[in-house]
Design a protein around this ligand. Sequence first.
Ligand SMILES: C[S@@+](CC[C@H](N)C(=O)[O-])C[C@H]1O[C@@H](n2cnc3c(N)ncnc32)[C@H](O)[C@@H]1O
Length: 242
Amino acid sequence: MFDLIKRILRSIGYNFHKNAIEDFHAYDPIESFKRDEIKSSYQYFKEFFYNSVLFSTTNGIRSFAINKSLEYSNNENELFMEFGVHEGKSINFFSKYLKEKNKKIYGFDSFQGQPDDWPGYIRTKGYQKLDKKDMDKLNSNVEIIDGLVQNTLEKFLLDKEKKKILFVHMDLDFYPSTLFVLKKIKPYLSNNAIILFHAVHNYSGWKNGVIKAINETFEKNEFEFIAFSSKIQGVIKFKKKN
Ligand SMILES: C[S@@+](CC[C@H](N)C(=O)[O-])C[C@H]1O[C@@H](n2cnc3c(N)ncnc32)[C@H](O)[C@@H]1O
């Protein structure tokens, strides 16, 4: 009888141990982190969803954002810009809407990919580096400013001093580059300027990403979220302080 109990206990002990080893192999802390990040992103952004238009597709939110900016258009001195052009897919998309109104869009890219590793996310330095000959054929109302934004943007804005920015597609993703651009363009934004962020919510590392750059550039009463996609995009409208 005693032997039997010993054998049963040993067997339970063995099974516990075996399960522990299997759990160790089955448990992926990175996946867990990503899941937690997605949940915490939802908790943070949920309150903004109530006053935003919600889209299920990337093209849907892109059309909305560019059309919204055109609703506010009222002169010739407005700038339409994209940061992060890559193959040219999104800039060509926006340029079609602008062509009908005889307007052009400026696209900024170094074509060297991400300038650094991206902590909390899955991208490393050089991600999306592109040989320019592999770009799509760009529409005639697209002009590319080639180089790191840290080297090109200031001069561009000084040259266009009399113009005001009405539309921005922000697709550099990475926090330091996004912060740099937002701080530089802020004085040039027109009231009601529309900024579409390609990645603002629903991704791992969101807290230290684009939303951090937004909150460090604008005061709470200087912008409002007006749209989100069920992917990762979000749109803000800038409100100039009087
Ligand atoms: C996600 S891709 C853009 C994709 C494009 N908007 C589209 O949807 O078709 C990001 C681009 O930003 C560029 N980029 C990232 N950081 C940059 C920086 N600091 N200055 C200039 N370009 C940068 C990269 O070279 C890359 O081509």
